[in-house]
Design a binder for this molecule. Structure first.
Ligand SMILES: Cc1ncc(COP(=O)(O)O)c(C=O)c1O
Length: 350
């Protein structure tokens, strides 16, 4: 069970659809995914008629929580690993390391378990006990950073520890979601699916931001296809991504997922058409509204995206089609967003 890694195969399994299943079940049946990792992506795009207050607009939700590990970060995890394997940087015996406060840790833990790779996730004292349990359950090692040096954020301290681990042995590989181009590249498929399903007929898309891998990947791919919908970044109040660190540090953030204490290495000035900052309370309200209206239990950044859309809704042109990226599941937030006492005790000031 948890903790015990399966013996490493001499070569890593292929991350693609199985031809064996086609042989066995015939050419008329679609090839079955060769593993759980083949189930990452191709998430549903659903109509959200009940969160809109106007009938002259269309609202679509991309259910990224339907990825097998529960979030959009499954795509990033598979892309980072696939890239490292292709480049010969990840081999049988390699230990993967990464800093994560949640979803990427779970996505990597799932993928590394399936591939037979060892994994260390560096988290900090704010990471929820549920995330820690899940990552451990998949068999990964967790290191918790509790102390910072002068002027360091907890994220800086996590990254310092990851660098130490990566430098400690040639068999340790840092996938580096903050700088690895395989992070944005993962989302060429995310936006590609949306383009395919809407035939490119959408006018606005709302994307929550942290590393900005999702946002940059979507924009790069849209530019390549000469499609220019309005791309609205949804960031946390108190985040440093789109504002100076001094200003950003004024507010403490309580919800993981979106927001960051550092700026993104992927972002170019013309990548976004607008930025909406959402408070933790607006994220909670957005989650509750989505659940009540549509029966979709989603996480904090999805709630932020819903609130950002609702702020803009009265001003949208008639006939507008809006896409909302709903990044993770709500079960992870039973003790926070979905716990009235926690909300009242924790989010009193914002
Ligand atoms: C729930 C959720 N929403 C949004 C994001 C932001 O994604 P990105 O790092 O691609 O900007 C993350 C990142 O971890 C996330 O977990």
């Amino acid at each position: 069970m948890a903790g015990a890694m399966k013996p490493l195969s001499p070569s890593l399994p292929k991350l693609r659809r199985s031809t064996e299943s086609t042989r066995r079940f015939g050419t008329t049946s679609k090839a079955l995914p060769s593993s759980i990792l083949g189930c990452v992506g191709n998430t549903p795009l659903v109509t959200l008629n009940q969160i809109r207050t106007r009938e002259d607009i269309t609202v679509l939700g991309k259910l990224e929580m339907q990825n097998p590990g529960g979030s959009i970060k499954d795509r990033t995890a598979v892309s980072l690993l696939k890239n490292g394997i292709r480049a010969g940087l990840i081999k049988p015996g390699t230990r993967i390391v990464e800093s994560s406060s949640g979803n990427l840790g779970i996505g990597l833990a799932q993928a590394c378990r399936q591939l037979g790779l060892a994994l260390t996730i560096v988290v900090d004292s704010r990471t929820s006990s549920k995330v820690v349990k899940l990552v451990k359950l998949y068999g990964a090692t967790i290191e918790v950073v509790r102390e910072t040096r002068d002027g360091e954020s907890l994220l800086d301290a996590r990254l310092r520890r990851v660098r130490e681990l990566a430098d400690s042995s040639p068999d340790v590989y840092w996938v580096n979601q903050y700088q690895n181009p395989a992070n944005p590249a993962a989302h060429h498929a995310t936006i590609g699916e949306i383009i395919r399903e809407t035939r490119g007929q959408f006018d606005r898309i709302y994307v929550a931001t942290s590393t900005c891998g999702t946002l940059a990947g979507c924009r790069e791919y849209l530019n390549k296809r000469a499609l220019y919908p309005h791309l609205e970044a949804v960031d946390a109040t108190g985040s440093a991504i789109f504002q100076s660190k001094d200003k950003a540090n004024l507010t403490k953030r309580h919800l993981p997922g979106h927001g960051s204490s550092r700026q993104s290495d992927f972002l170019k000035t013309d990548y976004v058409d607008g930025v909406t900052h959402v408070s933790d309370r607006e994220c909670v309200e957005g989650c509750h509204f989505l659940l009540q209206q549509e029966g979709i239990l989603a996480g904090g950044s999805s709630g932020g995206v819903i609130s950002a859309f609702r702020r803009d809704e009265p001003y949208l042109e008639s006939g507008t089609t809006v896409v909302l990226l709903l990044c993770d599941r709500g079960e992870r937030y039973l003790d926070t967003i979905n716990d009235e006492e926690w909300v009242e005790a924790t989010l009193t000031s914002n």
